[in-house]
Design a protein around this ligand. Structure first.
Ligand SMILES: *Cc1c(COP(=O)(O)O)cnc(C)c1O
Length: 345
């Protein structure tokens, strides 16, 4: 097989969900947007539903339809983008809960689907999604009379525990929602780690489920092994790859490995990435190209059939650091060409 092997450990996803759930005394949902952070929202959601998750969150109604098919009729499926024009049929047919973000969305929802469940998203300072203070004050009595399923907001700086924005948003969320008699949700992975003041009734972790920071105790979920296509010996002074960015400073052995930026191996890993032959690191040399990377394997006694780029010694966050990005982007960039294998007991 000429393409990389991506192994996704659903047992680890379930263990991470249980560990996050155990950090709170409230309900824990699961965010499976962007196709389950690139790992397959159907597989991830089905595994978590079997483990007891009763609420899932996605970005769009289309994503919600895929999750609904995977989890069956019982669990709640919330849509962060709310009720967009054109979504009515999907929201109704798949029994999704749109998290309404604006007065326009409220109007659209109540006109198109009166009596259908909905949630509310409030802006507490991130200025991305949700109703602001004045809008909420104007419509809250009317909205609350319709019994929303969940009222939520989102923290902008939860991965920095000492950031003053956290306490500011918490205070505003209290002021906007205390006494409303509706379930409330404020925290994603980072907020869970901020402690019980931030937990309210429902937490909604995403990245921590998939083994990413800021959940430092997460079990790794993905392993990515890339096949070696060919190996060649270079003399001192020879160059490798586009634009000749690497030159051998000693007689060298170079492996050409299947996988490139079209597979989510970011071009910013050029000359900075690292692959692993078991416990031995091998530098990624030269430019990352579309389908291939080149690796200095001079120090290996024997070149294996595959080199690992994600493994227990190099997590998604380690690779993200090497490529100057975040674990979320490494995960959601994982390409469609890999041979995917799911581990599940
Ligand atoms: C993506 C997202 C989450 C999950 O965040 P993580 O940092 O991945 O845990 C929760 N809530 C909202 C509104 C989001 O957009």
């Amino acid at each position: 097989m000429g393409t990389g092997h991506l192994t996704i450990d659903l047992n680890a996803v379930v263990a991470n969900w249980r560990a996050l759930d155990a950090m709170t005394s409230v309900e824990t949902g699961a965010v499976v947007k962007a196709d389950g952070y690139g790992l397959g929202s159907d597989k991830v959601a089905a595994a978590l539903a079997r483990a007891g998750a009763r609420r899932f969150f996605v970005a769009s109604a289309e994503e919600g339809a895929k999750v609904r098919t995977a989890v069956g009729p019982e669990p709640k499926v919330h849509v962060f983008s709310g009720h967009m024009a054109g979504d009515t049929e999907t929201i109704l047919g798949q029994n999704l809960i749109p998290m309404l973000n604006s007065i326009d969305q409220l109007t659209r929802h109540f006109e198109a689907l009166p009596g259908h469940s909905f949630g509310i998203q409030l802006d507490t300072g991130m200025n991305r999604l949700g109703m602001e203070w004045n809008e909420w004050a104007a419509v809250a009595p009317m909205v609350l009379a319709q019994s929303p399923d969940l009222v939520m907001s989102h923290l902008a700086c939860a991965d920095e525990p000492d950031h003053p924005m956290n306490a500011y948003q918490l205070d505003l969320f209290h002021q906007m929602t205390d006494g409303i008699g509706v379930k409330r949700s404020l925290s994603a992975t980072g907020g869970i780690l901020l402690g019980p003041d931030y937990h309210f009734d429902v937490c909604r972790p995403g990245v921590g489920l998939y083994g990413g920071m800021p959940f430092a105790q997460a079990k790794p979920v993905v392993k990515l092994d890339l096949p070696v296509v060919q190996v060649r010996d270079l003399e001192e002074g020879e160059v490798v790859g586009y634009s000749n960015t690497w030159q051998a400073e000693r007689p060298s052995r170079v492996a050409t490995v299947s996988g490139g930026y079209a597979d989510g191996l970011l071009r910013s890993l050029s000359s900075r990435g690292r692959l692993w032959a078991g416990s031995i690191p091998c530098p990624l040399i030269g430019r990352v190209s579309m389908d291939l990377i080149t690796v200095d394997v001079t120090d290996l006694d024997e070149v294996p059939d595959m080199l690992s780029i994600l493994c227990p010694t190099q997590t998604v966050d380690d690779l993200a650091d090497l490529g100057s990005t975040i674990g979320y982007e490494i995960l959601t960039s994982l390409g469609g060409r890999y041979h995917r294998r799911y581990i599940q007991s």
